[in-house]
Ligand binder design. Structure first.
Ligand SMILES: Nc1ncnc2c1ncn2[C@@H]1O[C@H](COP(=O)(O)OP(=O)(O)OP(=O)(O)O)[C@@H](O)[C@H]1O
Length: 339
């Protein structure tokens, strides 16, 4: 498989007036191959947005090498820009415009045939609502409109920063279905998120970042398998006796109010046979598989906490920290103080 995104040893440090030096990304590596739906997972402030911005030439890196679709970034980025759709900064839409008009204007500005507008509206499931004003859209619909705008160029690679952030369960489901259909259509997707269950549902590969560093990477199943404790939940009539019997086999048994957890088991038959031979009948035996949540906690030591929604219309932007407000470090205005 060919590499679509390669990041090798990326470093970026910001300098703020109050806090001084802030290392945002610290020797970070990322490899995204063609056809992947790749999750870029990390807690708030771990460096996801900074990485994506550096990759897309929106902020200057201090070190490391990056390439997108084989072109080194940022110097040769213009050569491949037409093949990449990205939503890293929250796009602002005019509430008075319809989605159709919004996309038509973007298509005209970008030299894209306007026939593409209906296609992308169809692709993101907004075709029936395309002639309504954006003002009346739900957050999920605005997110889909943002994705539609990134799809206008028919990109081979789609980069999305927190596309599911702030969405309700129905919106998250819609976003998941959209990502799946894009992937089926051959688009490589890199999406950042701190919604672990989402990554698990949407993505086939994942890279986990913590404090600016990669802490795990690989196929989602493999990353999870590395954390499998071979653990089972057991419900049985006499849990104390059962715990003794299983403990005597060298298994790690922990008692919970209405069940036992038994770790270190390769074959669950060992549990049912051992207990059955002693007349203890198992009435529930469930394999406990690790989910990304527990992997994430173990790797980062930092529970993900729900961020404020990063809305695509900018109406509910997260409050900036007071020191950031004072010197306005928003890189989009090129007023950040770089290392
Ligand atoms: N323009 C800036 N000026 C100063 N510090 C910044 C700037 N942008 C990011 N940082 C700092 O760099 C670190 C990484 O931030 P970044 O936004 O990349 O994290 P993130 O993983 O995208 O977080 P979130 O999930 O909250 O968006 C944080 O400590 C952040 O405060």
């Amino acid at each position: 498989m060919s590499a679509v995104i390669e990041i090798d040893g990326l470093r970026k440090t910001f300098h703020t007036l109050r806090h001084g030096r802030r290392v945002a990304v610290d020797g970070f590596d990322l490899l995204v191959e063609a056809g992947q739906v790749h999750g870029f997972l990390g807690p708030n402030g771990s460096g996801k947005t900074t990485t994506l911005r550096a990759l897309l030439g929106l902020v200057r890196a201090d070190g490391g090498r990056m390439s997108v679709l084989g072109a080194s970034s940022p110097d040769r980025l213009p050569e491949v820009a037409g093949r990449v759709g990205a939503i890293v900064e929250s796009p602002q839409f005019f509430g008075n415009f319809t989605a159709h008009r919004t996309l038509r204007l973007l298509a005209l500005a970008g030299g894209v045939p306007t026939a593409r507008v209906d296609e992308v509206l169809e692709q993101v499931g907004l075709r029936d609502r395309g002639h309504e004003r954006v003002r009346g859209y739900s957050l999920g619909m605005k997110q889909r409109l943002a994705v539609a705008s990134a799809l206008l160029k028919n990109p081979e690679l789609l980069i999305l920063d927190e596309p599911a952030n702030g969405l309700d369960p129905a919106g998250i489901r819609e976003m998941r279905d959209l990502m799946r259909s894009l992937s089926a259509a051959g688009v490589t997707v890199l999406l950042s998120s701190h919604i672990l269950a989402e990554i698990q549902l949407i993505c086939d590969h994942v890279t986990i970042i913590s404090r600016g560093r990669r802490v795990a990477a690989g196929p989602v199943d493999e990353v999870l398998a590395g954390f499998d404790q071979h653990e089972f939940q057991v419900r049985v009539a006499e849990p104390e006796r059962a715990a003794e019997l299983l403990g005597a086999l060298g298994l790690a048994v922990t008692a919970h109010p209405d069940h036992l957890r038994v770790a270190g088991v390769d074959d669950p038959e060992l549990i049912s046979r051992t207990l059955g031979e002693q007349g203890l009948w198992v009435h529930e035996l469930v394999r406990l598989r690790p989910d990304l949540e527990s992997v994430f906690l173990e790797l980062t030591g930092d529970p993900p906490h729900p961020a404020l929604p990063r809305q695509v219309d900018g109406s509910a932007r997260p409050a900036a920290e007071p020191d950031d407000l004072a010197i306005d470090l928003d890189a989009r205005d090129n007023r950040e103080v770089e290392a």
